[in-house]
Design a protein around this ligand. Sequence first.
Ligand code: NAG
Ligand code: NAG
Ligand code: NAG
Length: 141
Amino acid sequence: MRRCTGGGGHGRQLLLLAVLACSWVAPAEAQPQQAAARTDPVEAAALNAILQRWRTTPSTTWNISGEPCSGTTVDQTNTDGIDFDPTINPGIKCDCSFNNETVCRIVSLRVYKLDVVGQIPAELQNLTYLKDLDLRLNYLT
Ligand SMILES: *[C@@H]1O[C@H](CO)[C@@H](O)[C@H](O)[C@H]1NC(C)=O
Ligand SMILES: *[C@@H]1O[C@H](CO)[C@@H](O)[C@H](O)[C@H]1NC(C)=O
Ligand SMILES: *[C@@H]1O[C@H](CO)[C@@H](O)[C@H](O)[C@H]1NC(C)=O
C-alpha cells in the first residue's frame, strides 16, 4: 500500500506536493467498482417459479440459484433475441441496461423441445420485458 508521507525536511512545499499527489491518487483508488447489475428480483423469482413448475433444470452455465442474469445470459455477442447458443436450453437472455445499467431484466426465455408437461404458469406475466419466448415442442396447455 502506498504511504502518503510528507517527510524529508524540504519544508512546506514538499509537503504540499505530497498532499497533492496523494489526493490525486486517492479518487482513483476510492472509486467504487461499478457494481454488477442485478436481476430484477420479481423476474428472478418468476423465472425460478416457472422452471420449478416445469421441472426443468437450467444449464450449468447460468446461475439460477444466485444471479440468473450472469455468465452466458448476459453475453452480448448475440443479442438477436432468442437465437443464442442452442445448447443453452432452457435458457434466458438478459438486458442489463435498466436503471442506469444496475438492473437486468429477462428479455428472452427458451424452453425448447424438453417434453415439458403442464400449464403456462401465471408467473410468466411477471417477465414484463420478455421479447422472445420459445416454448415450442412441449406439452403445455
Ligand atoms: C451464483 O450466484 C451467487 C450469488 O450471486 C454467487 O455467490 C455464486 O458464486 C454464483 N455461482 C456461480 C457458479 O456463478
Ligand atoms: C449512471 O452511472 C454513471 C456511472 O456509475 C454515473 O456517472 C451517472 O451519473 C449515472 N447517471 C444517472 C442518471 O444516475
Ligand atoms: C408477480 O410479482 C408480484 C410482486 O411484484 C407478486 O406479488 C406476484 O405474486 C407475482 N405474480 C406471480 C403470478 O408470480
